[in-house]
Design a binder for this molecule. Structure first.
Ligand code: RIB
Length: 307
């Protein structure tokens, strides 16, 4: 296929952020002021994180996204460029680059507030202007950091597999959302997705949540459970996925590392379960380093294994 914007095995239609990360002994209570450390800007955004994680595992990846014409664009795209992600469908627009303000506590847990900035311009009109790239992809990967109409346009244009990690959970077109195969979510997001679909939340039990997502109409589900691993669910049943036990310093972007590595293995031919088993090891590796993309393993890094 000859296209103006070259296509790739995986096209991520999603966000690029500059992450402003502050370290704190513990997260502040409402109304409280704490002293922290850090304050550096690193590359982030759920879309970019997932694109980088997939590219580092050898997948050919292109991004449909937008950044500002400001000083944050350069650090925000550093790893996209160095990991070989095709950037020809990343627009420079008259908005500020997306910004995420992240606090990381001593136990490695994070809180994140995102200012969309340029990501808000990845709407239906912009996504449609990249129709050839999206239609040419074997797999289109989406998150919840772009406008809902851009999300729906990307699903409509996709001719290959659609994988959705609806983080954060935004209100999207129901039929578009149900094209996700799989839908990837953590337990909190799974509850919000079920609510959005008007389906009941059966219980807090992960197996029940995964089954409820299947019952709501998704062909397959990956429910991520942090340090407890994940569940893969489809018509053949629900399979627990173990995760290696590691010492966490920063969990920022760990779910994105999982998602990117997971789709890299899917396009390489793996089924859902082996792809998720590999992704769990990549996610575990990522929490042992600081930041999002800077903590992701490349093909030569030794991944932790389950005991
Ligand atoms: O998932 C982690 C990411 O969420 C951060 O990189 C931040 O940019 C926000 O999008």
């Amino acid at each position: 296929m000859t296209t103006e914007h070259p296509t790739a095995d995986i096209v991520v239609v999603g966000s690029i952020n500059a992450d402003l990360t502050v370290t704190v002994a513990r997260h502040p209570a409402p109304g409280e002021t704490l002293l922290g450390g850090g304050g550096g800007i690193t590359a982030g955004g759920k879309g970019a994180n997932q694109a980088v994680a997939a590219a580092l595992q050898g997948a050919s990846v292109a991004m449909v996204a937008a950044v500002g014409k400001d000083p944050y664009a350069e650090p925000a795209t550093e790893h996209l460029r160095s990991s070989g992600v095709n950037m020809s469908s990343v627009a420079e627009v008259d908005e500020t680059t997306g910004l995420a303000v992240i606090t990381v506590s001593e136990d490695g847990e994070n809180n994140i507030v995102v200012v969309p900035g340029a990501n808000a311009t990845v709407d239906a009109a912009y996504v449609e202007s990249r129709a050839d790239v999206i239609a040419g992809a074997g797999l289109v990967l989406l998150q919840g950091e772009i406008p809902a109409d851009g999300f729906a346009a990307a699903v409509r244009l996709a001719t290959g597999r659609v994988v959705v990690n609806l983080a954060p959970v935004i209100e999207v077109d129901r039929a578009s959302l149900l094209k996700a195969d799989p839908i990837m979510a953590n337990e909190h997001e799974a509850g919000l997705i079920l609510e959005q679909l008007g389906a009941g939340i059966p219980s807090e039990e992960p197996t029940d949540l995964a089954q409820a997502l299947l019952d709501a109409g998704f062909p397959s589900v990956v429910l991520t459970l942090g340090g407890a691993g994940a569940l893969v669910a489809d018509a053949s049943g629900v399979t627990p996925i173990a995760t290696p036990s590691v010492s966490s310093v920063d969990s920022t972007g760990a779910g994105d590392a999982f998602a990117g590595a997971f789709v890299a293995r899917l396009v390489a031919g793996d089924d859902l379960v082996p792809a998720a088993e590999f992704a769990a090891r990549v996610g575990a590796f990522s929490v042992t380093g600081h930041g999002a993309q800077a903590s992701y393993p490349g093909p030569d890094d030794a991944l932790p294994a389950c005991e």
